[in-house]
Design a protein around this ligand. Structure first.
Ligand code: ARG
Length: 253
């Protein structure tokens, strides 16, 4: 009898020790698993939403993302990549989210999820002052410059034919092509358009707006947990006026 009790207590003790090891091991794992960095992919060729100031990426998106990361107790890390590699990179889990003045559309919703919208964008047409395009009706058959894979690219290709669309790595490159006569107009979002027109003489924006869109942050389909967290933070920042304050600082000032 005594012997069995002894054996039993040894077995019990062993189970306890093994159990503790397993539990401690798990805890360790969880600690390293827990992510402290929020990796945001953007394409910093899109003033005033994202652009370079020295080595830093600054702008509306960078500032809103920083406030979101602060709310989540995370460290924001911005990766500046080609616009058309943001969604594939987010899908692959290379980046936690994509924020790049990115328009929500049906096609993108097939590949990623979007947060609530935090800003409105308008597609406009930049032309040369006194050039051959005076209104939207004059665009047919002309060469249209766009940034690859943007909604400007999609509209231009759909409405005027792929053969008339010239794709560039950045809006700035498309605008250079307009200046040098390689394209006749550029279809791009209104805020970057304004900043390009302000920085370059002899350009103007056509009065008629091409399309009105919603900007939002994108996430991998399977990362609904982060999407929910970011969305909650974003909604608070919209409700308390912080988002508007940032937009006003860059746009209405
Ligand atoms: N709003 C447009 C789109 O979603 C253009 C965005 C370009 N953004 C950028 N950071 N280059 O397609």
């Amino acid at each position: 009898m005594k012997k069995t009790v002894k054996i039993l207590s040894v077995v019990l003790a062993l189970i306890l020790v093994i159990g503790c090891f397993a539990a401690c091991g798990k805890k360790e794992e969880k600690k390293t698993e827990e992510k402290k960095t929020l990796v945001m992919a953007t394409n910093a060729e899109f003033p005033p939403y994202e652009y370079h100031e020295g080595d830093a990426v600054v702008g509306i998106d960078a500032e809103i993302a920083k406030l979101i990361a602060d709310k989540l107790g995370m460290e924001l890390k911005i990766e500046d990549v080609a616009f058309d590699s943001i969604i594939p990179g987010v899908q692959a889990g290379k980046y936690d989210m994509g924020m790049a003045g990115m328009t929500v559309n049906e096609e993108r919703l097939q590949s990623v999820n979007f947060s609530a919208s935090y800003a409105t964008g308008v597609q406009v047409v930049i032309v040369k002052e006194g050039g051959s395009i005076a209104s939207l009706d004059d665009i047919a058959g002309k060469k249209i410059g766009v940034q690859t894979s943007t909604t400007g690219d999609i509209y231009a290709s759909d409405d005027f034919g792929d053969e008339n669309v010239v794709k560039f790595d950045s809006g700035a490159a498309a605008v250079e092509a307009l200046k040098s006569g390689k394209v006749d107009c550029v279809i791009i979002d209104n805020e970057p358009a304004k900043s390009y027109v302000a920085a370059n003489e002899g350009l103007k924006i056509l009065e008629t707006e091409y399309a009105v869109e919603d900007y939002a942050i994108c996430f991998a389909k399977d990362n609904t947990e982060l999407k929910e967290k970011v969305n909650a933070a974003l909604k608070e920042l919209i409700a308390d006026g912080s988002v508007q304050k940032i937009i006003d600082k860059y746009i209405n000032a």
